[in-house]
Design a protein around this ligand. Structure first.
Ligand code: KIV
Length: 265
């Protein structure tokens, strides 16, 4: 059992900022766990980052369970949260509980995250009532990208802002232990953070949230693709990796790898 619990996450509100990062595999999870990141999320961003899909919609329960297992094997400190993929909770309440339960029973997660507000509130309530901690996710919800017409900042007009505020309150009432706020104006995130008693964790939602989440591959600069403006690149692994691979190719071609010391006698 990990050291960080959902209770500890709740208790951090107004005391200390919460850190959350994504992971999809064992080795990155070992590092995040060692560095004592509060929450490791097996996000459905897995689809784009690790599996090469165009968006998160094709991600399946089997793929999420497979990767959550790999992450959970590495972790004994951080809270492990599995992201419920598109159509694993929207269709039917029983199916939502069953799929949320698979993250806990089969994969070793402690909680699940799912996207949406009022439209999924009965599913959230049912999963919480089954004893499974739920993290909400509102604002820009990538699983709704077809309906939203792409990936745009949400809550810039009055009507959208009111819906996001209402969703935050409904989710709190339904029992979520924390709330991801994605791509909303900083002042709206501040209002929600003050309004609810559960911690808010922002991504592209400014500095007033109770914590911050980023996709680990983005902060490490593993891809050289253009990133949204909220991503801070802490490293440029694309450049470093390419340099290393180039040296390997050169060494093999010049027959300078392996050396005598790198060979068995
Ligand atoms: O799928 C994901 O990685 C996410 C985070 C960015 C919050 O939902």
């Amino acid at each position: 059992m990990a050291i960080i619990t959902v209770t500890k996450i709740r208790e951090k509100k107004n005391i200390k900022k919460i850190t959350m990062l994504t992971a999809y595999d064992y080795q990155i999870s070992v590092i995040l766990n060692e560095m004592k990141v509060d929450i490791i999320l097996i996000g459905d961003s897995l689809g784009m980052v690790a599996l090469g899909y165009k968006n998160t919609l094709p991600v399946t329960m089997e793929e999420m369970i497979h990767h959550t297992k790999a992450v959970a094997r590495a972790v004994n400190y951080s809270l492990v949260i599995g992201d419920m993929p598109f159509l694993s909770y929207q269709v039917d309440t029983k199916e939502a509980i069953f799929n949320a339960g698979r993250f806990i029973k089969e994969a070793g997660a402690t909680a699940v995250k799912l996207e949406g507000g009022e439209e999924v509130i009965d599913k959230v309530r049912a999963i919480v009532n089954a004893g499974i901690p739920v993290m909400g996710h509102i604002g820009l919800t990538p699983q709704y990208c077809c309906q939203m017409g792409g990936y745009k900042v949400q809550g810039r007009n009055d009507q959208e802002a009111k819906k996001i505020l209402k969703d935050a309150q409904l989710l709190e009432k339904a029992g979520v232990f924390s709330l991801v706020l994605e791509c909303i104006p900083s002042l709206l995130a501040m209002e929600i953070t003050k309004l609810v008693s559960i911690p808010t964790i922002g991504i592209g939602a400014g500095k007033h949230c109770d914590g911050q989440v980023l996709v680990t591959n983005d902060l490490l600069g593993i891809s050289n693709k253009k990133m949204p403006k909220f991503v801070r690149k802490y490293a440029n692994l694309d450049k470093i990796t390419k340099k290393a691979i180039k040296r390997f190719i050169r060494d093999v071609e010049m027959n300078s790898f392996p050396s005598e010391e790198e060979s068995y006698q």
